[in-house]
Design a protein around this ligand. Structure first.
Ligand code: ASP
Length: 455
């Protein structure tokens, strides 16, 4: 059995929905389909989820929200009319939005989750009804009915373990099933959404629950590129990549697949296939537990993300002091700051974090480190970019790091920091934000075309 998930652009209008259903109906193994809310139909369009946020903002500010609500109803009206469907559902869409606003207006986080869930929920109902009307027995199943029970933290749902047993029962349905992505129901009976982009997470949870042989994730690109196509012209598409590699790449900016979606899959080793709804014949990218490694595919991908801050600390004889790092990290903990990397030497340590973690708190954090940790020197650098070279094969192939640093040196890129974690599947370089694009181009050219860019 396969579970297929279709992202926002795949279900953004009637034409796209027809493509989706052609794919779904062409394979009897595709029994369960997860859908997103209608996404952008063109560059300047607004995602339905974002329209719902605007409606929420108006409602919560006690302003007139009718126009915002009508915009949302109109998105679905366009779909329903183009599919030549009866428009009874539009009335229920309007009523549902009104009901949520009336009943939850005094509980803003709950109202936001309830409204957010509408994007996928209405879409799933329409898609199921349309497929049924085409003679393919199809059923809409709500997350509550499916058994997607989640923790009660608004916009940050976590699946509760017992859900997986319930989800297994979805195998008993004879019809094709359409389930809305992005939310579950808490034990307290609230709608709770996953973080943004969370339909991938629903798909992964359902795939694990029904013990699917494959989780297909359909989007608007033909797989995962080895580097950002905005920076590298026509990069190669990765044919297969491991869960661990994918996690490292998504961390540093690869947005095709939600990193939280890997967790449920990785436990039961359910493979994922990223495919293009508009070009379903193309092979796509497999994400699996293991992959074949040869000298040409040692490095799976290269990513670079901006917006990091680094705290640099120097302390003479630091390596002989017990508990020094713990004290520094204790200060970060006091300010609820999580960090990403911590390269260190015998007398120095650098702590790298996303700038948004520390902004507005920087001065207090530095003062507290000075006060509690007796440091010799303390400095902070902003605008750091993190370049990640990711590849399972690197620990077995001698000289990868040396070749990459050579490519970066030839491109005249100053390496401020370098770290290879214990997993040895990635090498991280801290570089100036101005060098970010150049570094991706230089390492891509070297890894995949064997050329150095000399500047
Ligand atoms: N519709 C939600 C969002 O835009 C979830 C998703 O599409 O995966 O974030």
């Amino acid at each position: 059995m396969k579970v297929a998930k279709f992202g926002g652009s795949s279900v953004s209008n009637a034409e796209q929905i027809k493509k989706v259903l052609k794919i779904v109906n062409s394979d009897p193994e595709r029994k369960i389909t997860i859908v997103s809310a209608p996404g952008k139909r063109h560059q300047s369009d607004i995602k339905t989820t974002d329209l719902l946020i605007r409606l929420y903002e108006k409602a919560i500010a006690k302003l007139n929200y009718t126009a915002k609500k009508e915009e949302i109803v109109q998105r679905y009206a366009d779909i329903v009319h183009e599919l030549n469907m009866d428009d009874h559902i539009l009335k229920s869409i309007d009523e549902t939005l009104e009901r949520y606003i009336t009943t939850l207006k005094n509980k803003p986080p709950r109202l936001l989750d309830a409204l957010l869930s509408c994007g996928e929920d209405f879409n799933a109902q329409i898609i199921a009804e349309y497929n049924n009307s085409q003679g393919i027995p199809t059923r809409y199943v709500s997350p509550g009915e499916a058994g997607i029970t989640v923790s009660d933290l608004p916009q940050n749902a976590q699946i509760l373990d017992h859900s997986y047993e319930e989800l297994y029962n979805l195998r008993n349905y004879k019809e094709k099933l359409i389930i809305p992505g992005f939310f579950g129901i808490s034990r307290q009976n609230y709608v709770v959404t996953f973080p943004r982009g969370g339909s991938d997470i629903t798909g992964a949870i359902v795939a694990r629950g029904v013990r699917a042989d494959l989780y297909e994730n359909f989007t608007d690109v033909s797989g995962i590129f080895r580097a950002n196509p905005v920076i590298v012209k026509q990069p190669q598409v990765i044919d297969e990549i491991t869960y661990r590699e994918m996690r490292e790449l998504s961390y540093a900016g690869f947005g095709v697949f939600h990193d939280e979606a890997l967790q449920p899959l990785h436990k039961d080793r359910i493979p994922v296939l990223i495919k293009n709804t508009n070009r379903p014949h193309e092979l796509g990218t497999y994400i699996r537990h293991d992959r074949e490694i040869n000298t040409n595919n040692v490095v799976s991908g290269i990513s670079c993300d901006k917006g990091f801050t680094v705290i640099n600390i120097k302390k003479y004889l630091m390596n002989r002091q017990v508990g020094f790092t713990r004290k520094v990290l204790g200060v970060l903990e006091d300010y609820n700051i999580s960090f990403d990397h911590m390269p260190s030497g015998i007398d120095s340590i650098s702590i790298i974090m996303r700038s948004k973690e520390i902004e507005h708190k920087e001065e207090q954090v530095l003062n507290d480190i000075r006060k509690h940790c007796d440091v010799d020197e303390l400095g902070v650098e902003h605008d750091l970019a993190i370049l990640m070279i990711v590849g399972e094969g690197m620990h077995r192939i001698v000289g990868t790091a040396s070749r990459i640093t050579h490519a970066l040196a030839e491109a005249n890129i100053n390496l401020k920091m370098m770290n290879q974690g214990a997993s040895e599947i990635s090498i991280m370089f801290g570089i100036d934000v101005e060098d970010a694009e150049k570094a991706v181009k230089a390492t891509y050219e070297y890894c995949y075309n064997g050329k150095c860019i000399v500047t």
